[in-house]
Ligand binder design. Structure first.
Ligand code: FMN
Length: 149
């Protein structure tokens, strides 16, 4: 059993729903899970410390350049100080494929995780609006993450 943190930002609730399905699935697969809305994180320092696996999720806003959701931004900016180095990490996000950079925030997070020495254990999950058409895909992805957690 691994200790898992699912930390996400969400403006209109889509990424929050995905985070809930991911958290629930990881729990059903036998892991100890905690879900955290980045809006409630007062200081990102040491955030990842107590966990074996970190699952990070953000939608994409802006367009050119892409941006992560604003509550997620302080966590991304301070990622090195969260203690992500050497941790197992998986990344997901919601977006809309009619934009130029579909789920650009997911790519930004992946790049930062690599720069900070996190170990990505799964292909990043990019969910196109409407997210609730993709519940099965999301749960399957979370099962894959759970299997290597
Ligand atoms: C102003 C605005 C800009 C957006 N820019 C992008 C973008 O560049 N790329 C993308 O994939 N989706 C983009 N989206 C779509 C959102 O990421 C998508 O609707 C997502 O599901 C919202 O997630 P949330 O409900 O968790 O906030 C944009 C949406 C808005 C309203």
């Amino acid at each position: 059993m691994s200790k898992v943190l699912v930390a996400f930002g969400s403006l209109t609730g889509n990424t929050m729903s995905v985070a809930e399905w991911v958290t629930e699935t990881l729990k059903d697969e036998g892991h100890s899970t905690e879900m955290m809305d980045c809006a409630d994180v007062s200081s990102p320092k040491g955030l990842c410390g107590p966990y074996d696996l970190i699952v990070l999720g953000s939608p994409t806003y802006g367009d050119d350049p892409c941006e992560v959701q604003e509550d997620f931004e302080p966590v991304l900016d301070a990622l090195e100080s969260t203690g992500v180095q050497g941790k197992r990490v998986a990344v997901f996000g919601c977006g809309d494929s009619t934009y130029t950079y579909f789920c650009g925030a997911v790519d930004m997070i992946v790049d930062r995780v690599k720069e900070c020495g996190g170990n990505l254990i799964a292909e990043p999950l990019k969910i196109d609006d409407p997210h609730d058409d993709h519940e099965e895909e999301i749960r399957d992805w979370a099962k894959g993450v759970a299997a290597v957690a």
